[in-house]
Design a protein around this ligand. Structure first.
Ligand SMILES: Cc1cc2nc3c(=O)[nH]c(=O)nc-3n(C[C@H](O)[C@H](O)[C@H](O)COP(=O)(O)OP(=O)(O)OC[C@H]3O[C@@H](n4cnc5c(N)ncnc54)[C@H](O)[C@@H]3O)c2cc1C
Ligand SMILES: *[C@@H]1O[C@H](CO)[C@@H](O)[C@H](O)[C@H]1NC(C)=O
Ligand SMILES: *[C@@H]1O[C@H](CO)[C@@H](O)[C@H](O)[C@H]1NC(C)=O
Ligand SMILES: *[C@@H]1O[C@H](CO)[C@@H](O)[C@H](O)[C@H]1NC(C)=O
Ligand SMILES: *[C@@H]1O[C@H](CO)[C@@H](O)[C@H](O)[C@H]1NC(C)=O
Ligand SMILES: *[C@@H]1O[C@H](CO)[C@@H](O)[C@H](O)[C@H]1NC(C)=O
Ligand SMILES: *[C@@H]1O[C@H](CO)[C@@H](O)[C@H](O)[C@H]1NC(C)=O
Length: 579
């Protein structure tokens, strides 16, 4: 039976009774989307690579919203449950987001989530649960060539349908999904594997497709005996939002941020042109793509980045036997604050989780020097009942596999975040150190699920000043982050309270660092004065470049360069908090 639904002129309604499974039987109401001539024409122009987007856990639900495609299917559902929080699985699918808050419509509390802690929990899918499309785009193109993007921009200009560029779906501010939009999936494709390790004089370099994950890049680089330093999480797209937003690593103090490694971008700009952006051509775009943020200046297809030779370096890892007491956390933090300037000036950088311990690296000193330098820290660690390890790693890859990947936080759950860059000045005098310690103490008292004191600002590294990265990064030492996750059954008022709590912590940090900087990829959703926080003095130039390459404003994202503000229908699923 086919009924035409006037509200959804593009679709037809199909009603059928689905097979009985362990979940309660129910009439499966679904829309079979039979694309209109408009979508069909787009599909032809992208050689059949246009698909309807089905929510990640669709197959587990018997009741779905009117516009949701796909079917209930117990055996598919079993697979979804098994891999619900699996990095590779979410990476390998268009509909899998790392932060699942952005698969849902937070303003209306609608989505299609499973229990992130126990995906087989039928409470998530039984009555009265209904699987809704949420913020997931309706259709998506699997981008394989520049022409696909050119066609998508033409389509968006003609129809007014928004574009959402989705790579791995890690964005904390929902910039890679949008309700009722056309998704562009920068997916993994054999052609997009890092294909050459070419020598661009005078630097070694690696060129990679932007759909390549950090995990793939790490093993590729290792195989070729070169080093490309990247993020903590294997499932981030190095060439996607990561490098375009800055991109920090344990080595960014010593070797620079990801945007400092960029040599060239292969990009389709919203004016429909396929361009090369480097220091010699389209150099304004090259400036913008190194720190200006993803999803703003175009769709990047490939990036070429500097590669270093294989490196050996000392690693310091400390750990507490169990979660550390607030007292021990504060003692650790105070020590690191007192020594922060000295450590950064010497090339040390890394990750600190006050409740768990630290991981620090330095590619510029040898083991004996490291042992002498770290002696006071070894004593402190012992005094607060922690264990201290200093060892030499013989490659970035072995360090990554042993120390970084295993401690990456879980994905596949909804989560909110707040952060601020902490300038070197706050580490210099004892009164400044005191103020920083007090703020850290307040943050510890907030009892966020995670508190990170990341020593990842490029303080030791000297850049050439030609990128759009917020200059505040260059005079900072730490990037403090707090996060709190939630789950499928968290109520709207509960997750709104989580956002408010993080916003409070963000305000604490703003009070400590007025007129400072915040990392745009890991910011409070309600970041105040975001233009100054994310880009500082580079903002006006970025806006001019945005206008030049996106004259029709086909790309827009949350608190991105030149955004039109939250009244745009694109943001109707964002939490409506008025913060
Ligand atoms: C668990 C976790 C760990 C993290 N660890 C780190 C870390 O160690 N260091 C760090 O710096 N950051 C880290 N981040 C933040 C991360 O860098 C950002 O979320 C980043 O934007 C992810 O980029 P993506 O392309 O993989 O994700 P997506 O969500 O797919 O994309 C992010 C943004 O970039 C745009 N975009 C993606 N691909 C392209 C493209 N090809 N062309 C144009 N625009 C594009 C999207 O539209 C969106 O606006 C982490 C995030 C998470 C969730
Ligand atoms: C696009 O075309 C391909 C190949 O013909 C087809 O498999 C796919 O289902 C079409 N997409 C849509 C949304 O109809
Ligand atoms: C469920 O999905 C599996 C795997 O794709 C498929 O083989 C099977 O036919 C589907 N079952 C139903 C009832 O559609
Ligand atoms: C990498 O180094 C190893 C050990 O020196 C060597 O065997 C291998 O051939 C090198 N690989 C490449 C691609 O140069
Ligand atoms: C380690 O570095 C220090 C300082 O540069 C130097 O004096 C010492 O000789 C080095 N030791 C080794 C074993 O290379
Ligand atoms: C370390 O352990 C000792 C003995 O168990 C205990 O008395 C002390 O309070 C602990 N110190 C810290 C900082 O937790
Ligand atoms: C901190 O949070 C944890 C887990 O959410 C909880 O068990 C604990 O009671 C909280 N502690 C305080 C002091 O609020």
């Amino acid at each position: 039976m086919h009924l035409v639904l006037p509200l959804f002129p593009l679709y037809f309604l199909v009603t059928k009774v689905s097979a009985l499974g362990p979940r309660e039987p129910f009439i499966d109401i679904q829309l079979q989307r039979e694309p209109s001539p408009l979508w069909n024409a787009l599909n032809v122009s992208v050689e059949g690579r246009l698909f309807a987007a089905e929510p990640f856990a669709r197959s587990c639900f018997q009741r779905v919203g009117l516009d949701v495609v796909g079917t209930f299917n117990q055996s598919l559902c079993n697979e979804v449950e098994l891999k619900y929080t699996d990095r590779d699985q979410r990476l390998a699918t268009f509909n899998g987001y790392s932060n699942t808050a952005w698969e849902t419509c937070q303003s209306t509390d609608e989505g299609c989530l499973l229990d992130a802690l126990d995906p087989s929990n039928i409470a998530a899918t039984s009555l009265p649960a209904v699987c809704k499309q949420g913020s997931l785009p309706r259709y998506y193109i699997i981008v394989q060539q520049a022409k696909d993007v050119i066609e998508a921009f033409k389509f968006s200009l003609r129809t007014g349908i928004n574009i959402a560029i989705k790579n791995t779906g890690h964005d904390y501010s929902g910039r890679s999904s949008s309700p009722n939009s056309l998704g562009l999936w920068i997916s993994y494709n054999p052609d997009f594997v890092p294909n050459k390790c070419k020598s661009v004089k005078p630097t070694k370099a690696v060129t990679l497709g932007t759909g390549v994950s950090t995990g793939e890049l790490n093993s590729f680089a290792d195989l070729h005996n070169v080093t490309v330093v990247g993020p903590a999480d294997t499932s981030i797209a190095f060439g996607g939002g990561y490098i375009q937003g800055g991109g920090h690593s344990a080595f960014s103090n010593s070797l620079g941020l990801a945007s400092d490694q960029a040599l060239e971008f292969d990009v389709v700009t919203p004016d429909g042109q396929h361009r090369t952006a480097n220091a010699c051509q389209n150099s304004d775009l090259f400036f913008a793509l190194r720190g200006g943020g993803g999803s703003t200046f175009g769709v990047v297809l490939h990036v070429t980045v500097k590669a270093y030779p294989k490196i050996s370096f000392p690693v310091v890892r400390t750990a507490f036997p169990g979660p550390a007491s607030p007292t021990a956390q504060l003692e650790l933090a105070k020590f690191l604050i007192q020594h922060g300037f000295e450590w950064a000036s010497k090339g040390w950088g890394g990750y600190v989780v006050p409740s768990l311990g630290v991981t620090y690296v330095n590619p510029f000193i040898n083991m004996s020097e490291a042992a002498a330098f770290m002696e006071p820290f070894r004593s402190l660690t012992n005094a607060i009942n922690g264990t201290f390890i200093l060892e030499e790693e013989t490659s970035y890859f072995s360090f990554y596999q042993k120390f970084v990947a295993p401690t990456s936080p879980p994905i596949g759950n909804p989560i909110a975040i707040a952060s601020r860059l902490i300038p070197a000045d706050l580490f210099k005098t004892s009164s400044a150190q005191g103020r920083l310690s007090e703020t850290v103490e307040s943050l510890i008292a907030q009892n966020h699920t995670t508190l990170f004191l990341f020593a990842v600002a490029p303080f030791f590294f000297k850049d050439d000043g030609t990128s759009s990265l917020n200059p505040a990064w260059r005079s900072a030492i730490w990037h403090i982050i707090a996060t709190d996750p939630w789950n499928f059954d968290t109520t709207k008022s509960e997750y709104e309270a989580i956002y408010s709590k993080l916003h409070q912590s963000s305000q604490l940090l703003h009070k400590l660092v007025p007129n400072g900087g915040t990392y745009l990829n890991e910011a409070d959703l309600f970041e105040q004065d975001f233009e100054a926080s994310f880009w500082g003095s580079n903002y006006p130039r970025l806006v001019a470049i945005k206008k030049k390459y996106d004259p029709n404003h086909l790309l827009d994202c949350w608190k991105c360069v030149g955004w039109r503000g939250q009244r745009d229908s694109r943001y109707k699923c964002y939490p409506q908090l008025g913060l």
